[in-house]
Design a protein around this ligand. Structure first.
Ligand SMILES: Nc1ncnc2c1ncn2[C@@H]1O[C@H](COP(=O)(O)OP(=O)(O)OP(=O)(O)O)[C@@H](O)[C@H]1O
Ligand SMILES: [Mg+2]
Length: 277
């Protein structure tokens, strides 16, 4: 395979927490420009730990993480976070400034951008996540969970990292907000050159947005492939205690009628229905 447009490479990565918990075991992963991925797997399977290794917050216990040609072991964290942004599972673990403006401006100021560029980045990021200006002076603590999540995403976007990892983007959001957030992540992916990784337990969201799925279990990668292929592996999904979306399950029950077992969306199902007459 050509590694011309390879952005990130994980080689034999192991990670153990200081208490000895072995959270990642022999992870190997290549991520290329343009990808939209989902990390799935049951609670405690290692998704968050892996993400924190990808942005250099955690250094490998053994093995390597290479981002944009830089090894996370030897690269200062400020250089890493300009390339890989990680939006925390719980935005409250990320937000620590006393108003939304300072929160979003923190990263650009930290990399010592001049004031006018800081302002430009904050305004752009707030616009992208749909955070109205009147919230700039508010304390993030007083916003709804949905808005806090947006501020958290905006604070990462302001650094314009090539790769953006969003841990559980749709928890705490209602259906409309979930689709808004996911649509904007898709827009970043399709029109602004960002690689996106979502971590989620929401399989319909995975089916609708992610083109590649990494399924994790007990610190290992159990499967890595196109979304429709991973969702056809019932044996494997059972191990992860996850089920494909209902529409995929329906298509899998109707394989004898000619439906594709890797059908991911209602639109995809309807298109086949029309063809099968
Ligand atoms: N700070 C920590 N110290 C020790 N062990 C930890 C720590 N954080 C996580 N772990 C352990 O590491 C393993 C992987 O946890 P991780 O949080 O990466 O899983 P996850 O897939 O993100 O789970 P979830 O779906 O619940 O968010 C688990 O066994 C977990 O208990
Ligand atoms: Mg997690």
């Amino acid at each position: 395979m050509s590694n011309q447009n390879q952005f990130l490479q994980v080689i034999n990565l192991n990670y153990s927490y200081p208490d000895g918990t072995q959270a990642l075991k022999e992870i190997n992963l290549d991520i290329k420009e343009g990808e939209f991925l989902a990390f799935i797997g049951q609670n405690g399977s290692g998704k968050t730990t892996l993400s924190k290794c990808l942005n250099g917050l955690f250094k490998p216990t053994s093995g390597d993480v290479i981002v944009d040609g830089l090894n996370s072991r030897t690269t200062p964290i400020v250089q890493m976070v300009r390339r890989v942004g990680y939006v925390f599972q719980n935005p409250d673990h990320q937000l620590f400034n006393s108003n939304c403006w300072d929160e979003i401006a923190y990263g650009p100021r930290n990399i010592q951008l001049p004031g006018d560029q800081v302002r430009e980045r904050v305004e752009e990021a707030a616009k992208v996540v749909g955070l109205p200006k009147e919230y700039f002076t508010e304390h993030p603590f007083f916003l709804s969970k949905g808005l806090r999540q947006r501020v958290a995403i905006a604070s990462i976007l302001a650094l314009r990292p090539k790769l953006i990892i969003v841990d559980e983007p749709t928890t705490g959001q209602d259906a409309r907000q979930s689709f808004e957030i996911m649509d904007f992540l898709r827009d970043l992916n399709e029109h602004h050159g960002h690689i996106i990784i979502i971590i989620t337990h929401d399989m319909p969201i995975v089916a609708q947005y992610a083109r590649r799925v990494i399924a994790m279990g007990q610190g290992c990668i159990l499967a890595d492939g196109p979304t429709s292929q991973v969702f056809t592996r019932a044996d494997l999904l059972k191990q992860t205690f996850l089920e494909p979306p209902q529409i995929t399950q329906l298509a899998q029950c109707a394989v004898d009628m000619g439906f594709d077992p890797g059908t991911l969306t209602i639109e995809g199902m309807l298109a086949q229905y029309d063809k099968l007459g």
